[in-house]
Design a protein around this ligand. Structure first.
Ligand SMILES: CC(C)(COP(=O)(O)OP(=O)(O)OC[C@H]1O[C@@H](n2cnc3c(N)ncnc32)[C@H](O)[C@@H]1OP(=O)(O)O)[C@@H](O)C(=O)NCCC(=O)NCCS
Length: 150
């Protein structure tokens, strides 16, 4: 949450403190048991943190879910986000069986767009994000993956 790209594209409000991080982590278990979100760690074989991927409920009980992710700066460009996204989609389809899986990103996030497209998502629509990028309102691009797609 100190990395400029993550702060920019995930519209993180600064300062983001250790207490904020601990509060987030403390809430992850109840988010899962209450079917609000699955917050997942992307790790290497030795359990070192590479990134994060969240499957968030958009409609009740995860009937429609939205995925978001980040990869730490030191690990970018090696396919980790794409791999994690493909794995999370397969997991969500078998565990949650949602009607629809969506992926949202702020307009202009070309790296994330590439990740989405490599994992089989297609652009669906653009809508207001309610967030600011460089001090200006920015749209959110929504990509989707219908259940049952290859
Ligand atoms: C977006 C992000 C998760 C990608 O992680 P990653 O592990 O580097 O992604 P991958 O290696 O799987 O794929 C990145 C792709 O983007 C491409 N890419 C890199 N820079 C690019 C650019 N400026 N424009 C277009 N594509 C770009 C890479 O070439 C690669 O595609 P390829 O395999 O066809 O060559 C990472 O950059 C990140 O954490 N960014 C900050 C947070 C963020 O934007 N999260 C997404 C919001 S939901």
């Amino acid at each position: 949450m100190q990395d400029p790209e993550t702060v920019r594209w995930m519209a993180i409000e600064l300062p983001y403190t250790i207490e904020d991080a601990e509060g987030f982590i403390a809430g992850t278990e109840s988010a899962w048991t209450e079917k609000r979100a699955a917050h997942l760690v992307i790790a290497d074989g030795d359990d070192h943190l590479i990134g994060y991927l969240g499957v968030l409920s958009v409609e009740e009980e995860m009937r429609v879910v939205e995925i978001g992710y980040w990869v730490s700066a030191a690990h970018r460009g090696r396919g980790f986000a794409t791999d994690a996204l493909r794995t999370a989609v397969a997991w969500a389809e078998s565990e949650l069986r949602p009607e629809r899986i969506e992926l949202g990103m702020l307009a202009g996030n070309e790296r994330s767009r590439r990740v989405a497209e490599k994992a089989g998502f297609v652009f669906d629509r653009s809508e207001p994000s309610g967030k600011l990028l460089d001090g200006k309102s920015v749209a959110e691009w929504i990509f989707s993956l219908e259940r049952g797609r290859p």
